[in-house]
Design a protein around this ligand. Structure first.
Ligand code: FE2
Length: 192
């Protein structure tokens, strides 16, 4: 999920509508970050697809898409003031593109140890921030740590996300100043 839809607080049950949407390239093997980003860009530019997403002022909504090469892909709606909280995507790479409105990403330019810790004190200079207005996006590698927010007071944001391999788990963190705490690990069965 960036976000991941898995960490949302509110769901639509619109997965069936993804059946007719297939931007995947035939015969492709494991998709690269740039292929995931390209997919997300094309899906985000599909006005009909974007308009098909149900929006809920109370919480995020999502529709599953057919991502390229067996990837996991989602169209996500973000009401004003919503966000993901800090998380990573374990061993998955991914990409996301804003289709309407604007998202902001806060991320860490640091490779965190994957196991064996509960809290970490971050050093200065690892924080990154990106403004992602409509049409802008990014890809990311394994263990990318970020949070994604719609900081607008009025406007919904809509975005397209793709991950490969399909998210096996997400680590959720809380953060106080420089201290990052691993809260829990979510697995697919927690996301249903
Ligand atoms: Fe994410």
């Amino acid at each position: 999920m960036s976000v991941s839809p898995a960490v949302s607080s509110s769901a639509s049950s619109a997965s069936a509508s993804s059946a007719s949407v297939d931007f995947s390239a035939p015969g492709s093997s494991a998709p690269t970050q740039s292929e995931l980003l390209d997919f997300a860009r094309r899906a985000a530019a599909d006005a009909e697809l974007v308009a098909s997403l149900p929006l809920d002022p109370e919480g995020r909504t999502w529709v599953r898409l057919a991502g390229p090469g067996g990837s996991e892909a989602w169209l996500i709606g973000w009401p004003p003031g919503t966000g993901t909280g800090w998380h990573d995507h374990a061993d998955s790479v991914g990409a996301f593109v804003t289709a309407s409105g604007e998202l902001r990403e806060y991320s860490l330019a640091a490779r965190l140890p994957t196991d064996g810790w509960k809290t970490l004190e971050l050093t200065d200079g690892v924080d990154r921030e990106r403004r992602l207005p409509s049409g802008k996006g990014r890809s990311f590698g394994r263990h990318h740590v970020h949070e994604v927010l719609n900081e607008s007071a009025e406007e919904h944001a809509i975005s397209v996300h793709a991950y490969y391999p399909p998210l096996p788990r997400i680590r959720r963190y809380s953060r106080t100043g420089r201290v990052l705490r691993l809260d829990h690990v979510e697995r697919p069965e927690d996301w249903q």
